[in-house]
Design a protein around this ligand. Structure first.
Ligand SMILES: Cc1cc2nc3c(=O)[nH]c(=O)nc-3n(C[C@H](O)[C@H](O)[C@H](O)COP(=O)(O)OP(=O)(O)OC[C@H]3O[C@@H](n4cnc5c(N)ncnc54)[C@H](O)[C@@H]3O)c2cc1C
Length: 391
C-alpha cells in the first residue's frame, strides 16, 4: 500500500465542527446575508472597494483571524479561517478577497517575524488601528517564477535601500504597509531573497494604477513602485536569504483559505441552480427532471463536497507532522477547477437568463476564473504535486 502523509491523521478524522466553530460559521453566514449579498452586484458593477464591510467584519472578529492572542488577535486555526472564507465567498468572492487579504499580508510576520515586529505591526497597526496590509511577491516579469524577481534590497549601514516594483497586488491602493519580498543577493537564486515590512508612508513608495478586472471587481488590485526606499534593518523579516522559504511557508497557510472561498462559490452556484431548476419548466416539467440538467447539478454537489473535504484536510493538517505541501495543492487546484466548472455549468442550467446580469450566476462565472491563477496557478499546483510524488 502506498504510504500517505495523511494516514496517521486519518485515525482522528472528524467531520463534526465544534460548538465554537459552528457559532463562527453562523456568524459569518449571517454577516454575508446581511452585509455582502445585498450590495455584491452594485460593488461589482462599480468596482467599489468594500472598506465599510471590512471594518464591520473586523469588529466581529472575521478579519485578522490568524493573529495570535498575545498580539491582540483571536489566533484562529487555518480550518476556522476556511469556515469563514467559505461563507464570505458564498456572498461575493471579490468582497471576500478584500476582506481576507490581511491574513495573507500578515503571514510573513506571523511565521517569520520577531516579537517586536509582531507587537507593532500585528498588534498596534492591524489590531488596534484597523489598518490594511498587502502581500507583495509578484512582479511584471516574475509571477509563477518567484525567483526571477528583480526588486533589489541593498544594505547601507543600518538600513536597506529598496528599488523595484510589484504588480497585481491585492488591496495595494488601501494598504498602510506591505510585506515585500526582494533580492538581497541577486546571484544566489532562491537563497538570495529576503522579506521586509515597508510602510506606505516611507519616501519613495508609490501606488500605481488600479487594474480594471474581469471579475472579483470589488477587490482592489494595483501596482506598487519602490524608488530608493530606505527601510530600517528592524523591518527585515528573519535573516537575509530566508525569503523564499518564508514565501513558500506562507502559501502552506494561505492556500487552504483561497480554496475555501472557491468552495463557497461552488455552494452558491449549487444552491442557485437547485432553486432555479425547481422553478423553471421546459417541456412541461421542472428542468431538473431532464437528466442532463439534474446530473449537472448532482456533479456540482459532489464536487463541492469533495473540494471542501480536501480543503479542510489541508487546513487541519498544516503545521502537523502529517502535513505535506501536496495537500494545499490538491485543495487549491481541485477547488479552483471545480468552482470554474460549477460556474460554467450554472450559466448553462439558467439558459439565456444565466448570461444576464439580473441573475447571480453571470457574476460567478466572471469571479471564478482568478481562482485558477492567483496564489499559484493550477499548473503550478500540479507542479508541486508532481514534485512531491516523484521525490
Ligand atoms: C486579481 C489578482 C490578484 C493578485 N493578488 C496578488 C497579491 O496580493 N500579491 C502577489 O504577490 N501577487 C498577486 N497576484 C499575482 C498572481 O499570484 C500571479 O498572477 C500568478 O502567480 C501568476 O503569475 P503571472 O501572472 O506572472 O503568470 P506567469 O507566471 O507568466 O504564467 C503564465 C502561464 O504560464 C503558466 N506557467 C508558468 N510557469 C509554469 C511552469 N513552470 N509549469 C507550467 N505552467 C507554467 C502559468 O500557470 C500560466 O498559465 C494577483 C493576481 C491577480 C490577477
Amino acid at each position: 500500500m502506498m504510504a500517505s502523509p495523511t494516514m496517521e491523521a486519518a485515525a482522528g478524522v472528524s467531520f463534526t465542527l465544534t460548538a465554537e466553530q459552528l457559532m463562527l460559521q453562523k456568524m459569518a453566514r449571517d454577516f454575508t446575508a446581511k452585509e455582502i449579498i445585498p450590495v455584491a452586484a452594485e460593488f461589482d458593477e462599480h468596482a467599489t472597494f468594500p472598506e465599510d464591510i471590512f471594518h464591520k467584519a473586523r469588529e466581529l472578529g472575521l478579519v485578522n483571524m490568524n493573529i495570535p492572542a498575545e498580539f491582540g488577535g483571536v489566533g484562529a486555526s487555518v480550518l476556522e479561517e476556511c469556515i469563514v472564507a467559505e461563507e464570505l465567498g458564498y456572498g461575493c468572492t471579490g468582497i471576500s478577497t478584500s476582506v481576507s487579504t490581511n491574513s495573507l499580508g500578515s503571514l510573513p510576520i506571523i511565521l517569520g517575524g520577531n516579537d517586536q515586529q509582531k507587537a507593532h505591526w500585528l498588534g498596534d497597526r492591524l489590531m488596534d488601528r484597523g489598518e490594511f496590509v498587502s502581500y507583495c511577491v509578484t512582479e511584471a516579469g516574475a509571477g509563477s517564477n518567484v525567483v526571477g524577481m528583480q526588486t533589489r534590497a541593498e544594505r547601507k549601514g543600518g538600513s536597506y535601500i529598496i528599488n523595484g516594483s510589484k504588480i497585481f497586488i491585492t488591496n495595494a491602493s488601501h494598504a498602510h504597509f506591505f510585506t515585500v519580498f526582494a533580492k538581497t543577493n541577486p546571484d544566489a537564486g532562491h537563497k538570495g531573497m529576503t522579506a521586509f515590512i515597508i510602510d506606505r508612508d516611507a519616501p519613495g513608495v508609490s501606488v500605481g494604477k488600479k487594474f480594471d478586472k474581469l471579475g472579483q471587481r470589488a477587490s482592489d488590485t494595483a501596482e506598487i513602485v519602490f524608488e530608493n526606499v530606505e527601510v530600517p534593518v528592524e523591518n527585515r523579516i528573519g535573516e537575509e536569504g530566508q525569503g523564499f522559504y518564508l514565501a513558500m511557508k506562507v502559501f502552506d497557510y494561505s492556500r487552504p483559505g483561497v480554496a475555501a472561498a472557491a468552495v463557497g462559490l461552488q455552494r452558491r452556484a449549487l444552491e442557485e441552480c437547485v432553486k432555479y431548476a425547481k422553478e423553471r419548466e421546459a417541456f412541461g416539467v421542472p428542468i431538473f427532471q431532464h437528466q442532463a440538467i439534474g446530473h449537472k447539478i448532482a456533479d456540482m454537489a459532489i464536487n463541492y463536497e469533495a473540494s471542501r473535504l480536501l480543503t479542510w484536510q489541508a487546513a487541519a493538517l498544516v503545521g502537523t507532522p502529517a502535513y505535506n505541501p501536496k495537500l494545499p495543492a490538491y485543495a487549491k487546484a481541485f477547488a479552483a477547477d471545480m468552482a470554474t466548472k460549477a460556474a460554467v455549468d450554472a450559466v448553462q442550467v439558467f439558459g439565456g437568463y444565466g448570461f444576464m446580469k439580473e441573475y447571480p450566476v453571470e457574476k460567478l462565472l466572471r469571479d471564478v476564473k482568478i481562482f485558477q491563477i492567483y496564489e499559484g496557478t493550477s499548473e503550478i499546483q500540479r507542479n508541486v504535486i508532481v514534485r512531491e510524488l516523484f521525490k
